[in-house]
Design a binder for this molecule. Structure first.
Ligand code: G6P
Ligand code: MN
Length: 438
C-alpha cells in the first residue's frame, strides 16, 4: 500500500484524478493520499470537497490536504505533479501577448510555452527539493507543463533526482486510434519518436504483430483524429476539435508517419494565428468551463455535506499515471512513451536531448527503446526545437537576456529576431516576479 501526494492539489484536474485513483485501487492500493498546493484558497475549496467524497467512497484511506510542504512530502512513495505556475491568469497572457506581435499564443508551444517554461522551472525545482528532503526514496511522476522545457531543466539541474516526465497526449491519441480501428488501447503497441508535443508515430501494432498504421492513416487523412466517441464525450471545445481535425493536414506533409497534433503549431502557425480570437483563447475556455464547473461542484459538495450525485467525474484517461506508478512499484516492465534523455534511442540525434520515445518501465525507471535513425526532415525540425528548449533552460540558469532572445529567434513560430526582441521585452514585463531577472 502506497502513500501518494498530488502536487497541484488545487488544480481542477485533481478531483478527476482522485476519482481515477479510487477506481484503480485494486491495481494500485493506496493507504494515504495527500493533496498539496501553495494556493490556500484553491486547495481548501477542492480539498474539503474531496475529503467528503473520500469519507464516503474510501474511508480506509487516510486523506490530507495541506499547503505545508513538510506535511505534504513526508513519508510518501510517489508525488504526482501537475503544477501550473502563474495559474490561468498567466496562461491567458501566454496566449494573448504573442498575438499583439503577429504570433499565435499557446501554453506549451512558441513564445507562450517559452514564457511558461521560464516560470515553471522554479516551481518544479521547489517541489523536487521538498520531495527529496522529506522522502528521499520517493519518485515524482511529473506531467506539469511545458513538459519539454521542464524535463530539460530537470536533466540539467536535478540530474540524479527520481523524476519521470510524461505527457498524456500520446495516450489520448492512442485511445482515438484504437477507436478508429475498433481495438482497445491495451491491445496495441506503438513506436514513436520526437520531442514532447512534437513527434510522430511510426507503428501501431497489435500483440500478434499486425500493423494498423495504414488503416489509421487512411482515416486520419480524411478526418484527422476526430472520432465520433471523442466528439461525444470529451474535449468538445472548438479549439480541441480543430486540433484533432488539423492532424490530417499535418499528416500530408510527411505521409510516412502519423503526427502528434501539436505539430500544427509549427507547420501552420499562420493558420493558428488567423483562427485565434484575441479576446477569447483556450485559457478563457478553460476558465469559463472546467474551472467554473469543478469549483461549483466542490462548493455544492461542501454545502450538501455529501459528494453523492454532485458530479465529479472519473478522469479515466489519466490512468496512465497509475500504469506508470505500478510499473515502478511492481516492476511491470510496461511499455510507455516517456520524455527521457536520448542517449542513442534516436540514433542520429544528440545524446543529451530530452526526447519522447517508448520506454520499458521497471523498478529502476525507464529504459528507452531504440528507434533507429530518423529522416532528415524530422531530424532538422527536432534539432531546431530542442535547441530552443535548451536555450530557455540556459537563459534561466545564466539569467541571460541574450539566450532567451536567441531561443525566441530560433523558434519556428517567430518570424524574425526583431519580433523576437519585441516579444521578449513584453514577456519580461508580463512575467515580473515569476522569471529570474534577465
Ligand atoms: C493535452 C496536453 C497537456 C495539456 C492539455 C491542455 O492533454 O498533453 O500537456 O496540458 O492538453 O488541456 P487544457 O484543457 O487545459 O487546454
Ligand atoms: Mn502534454
Amino acid at each position: 500500500q502506497f502513500s501518494v501526494c498530488i502536487a497541484g492539489g488545487g488544480s481542477t484536474f485533481t478531483p478527476g484524478i482522485v476519482m481515477m485513483l479510487l477506481d484503480n485501487l485494486e491495481r494500485f492500493p493506496i493507504k494515504k493520499l495527500t493533496l498539496y498546493d501553495n494556493d490556500e484558497e484553491r486547495q481548501s475549496t477542492l480539498g474539503s470537497a474531496i475529503k467528503i467524497m473520500m469519507k464516503e467512497q474510501a474511508p480506509d484511506i487516510e486523506f490530507v490536504y495541506t499547503i505545508n510542504p513538510e506535511e505534504a512530502f513526508t513519508d510518501i512513495d510517489f508525488c504526482m505533479a501537475h503544477i501550473r505556475v502563474g495559474k490561468y491568469e498567466m496562461r491567458e497572457l501566454d496566449e494573448k501577448l504573442p498575438l499583439k506581435h503577429g504570433v499565435f499564443g499557446q501554453e506549451t508551444c512558441g513564445p507562450g510555452g517559452i514564457a511558461y517554461g521560464m516560470r515553471s522551472i522554479t516551481g518544479m525545482l521547489e517541489i523536487i527539493d521538498y520531495m527529496e528532503k522529506y522522502s528521499p526514496n520517493a519518485w515524482m511522476l511529473n506531467y506539469s507543463n511545458p513538459a519539454a522545457i521542464v524535463a530539460e531543466a530537470c536533466r540539467v539541474l536535478r540530474p540524479t533526482s527520481k523524476v519521470l516526465n510524461i505527457c498524456d497526449m500520446p495516450v489520448g491519441t492512442l485511445r482515438r486510434m484504437s477507436q478508429i480501428i475498433g481495438k482497445e488501447p491495451k491491445d496495441l503497441e506503438v513506436s514513436y519518436f520526437g520531442l514532447n508535443h512534437f513527434g510522430w508515430w511510426t507503428s501501431v501494432k497489435d500483440k500478434e504483430g499486425h500493423e494498423y498504421l495504414d488503416e489509421i492513416r487512411e482515416y486520419v487523412s480524411k478526418n484527422g483524429y476526430l472520432t465520433q466517441i471523442e466528439v461525444d464525450t470529451q474535449h468538445t471545445d472548438p479549439s480541441w476539435q480543430d486540433t484533432h481535425k488539423k492532424a490530417k493536414d499535418i499528416y500530408a506533409i510527411d505521409p510516412r508517419f502519423l503526427p502528434n497534433t501539436y505539430l500544427k503549431y509549427y507547420f501552420f502557425p499562420d493558420y493558428v494565428y488567423d483562427k485565434m480570437d484575441p479576446n477569447y483563447t483556450r485559457a478563457n475556455e478553460v476558465m469559463d468551463g472546467r474551472e467554473k464547473k469543478v469549483f461549483s461542484q466542490a462548493l455544492k459538495i461542501v454545502e450538501q455535506k455529501t459528494a453523492k450525485g454532485c458530479g465529479f467525474e472519473i478522469d479515466a484517461h489519466a490512468s496512465f499515471i497509475v500504469d506508470l506508478a505500478r510499473a515502478i512499484a511492481f516492476n511491470t516492465h510496461e511499455r510507455m512513451l516517456l520524455i527521457v534523455e536520448n542517449n542513442g534511442a534516436i540514433a542520429n540525434f544528440p545524446d543529451d536531448a530530452m526526447v519522447e520515445v517508448p520506454c520499458i518501465v521497471g523498478v529502476d525507471g525507464p529504459e528507452p527503446i531504440a528507434q533507429g535513425k530518423i529522416p532528415n526532415f524530422e531530424q532538422a525540425l527536432m534539432f531546431q526545437q530542442v535547441t530552443v528548449e535548451k536555450l530557455v533552460v540556459e537563459a534561466y540558469i545564466e539569467n541571460s537576456y541574450q539566450k532567451l532572445w536567441q531561443a525566441l529567434t530560433l523558434s519556428k513560430t517567430v518570424p524574425s529576431a526583431k519580433v523576437a526582441k519585441e516579444l521578449l521585452d513584453d514577456m519580461i514585463e508580463a512575467n515580473k516576479g515569476y522569471w529570474p531577472e534577465l
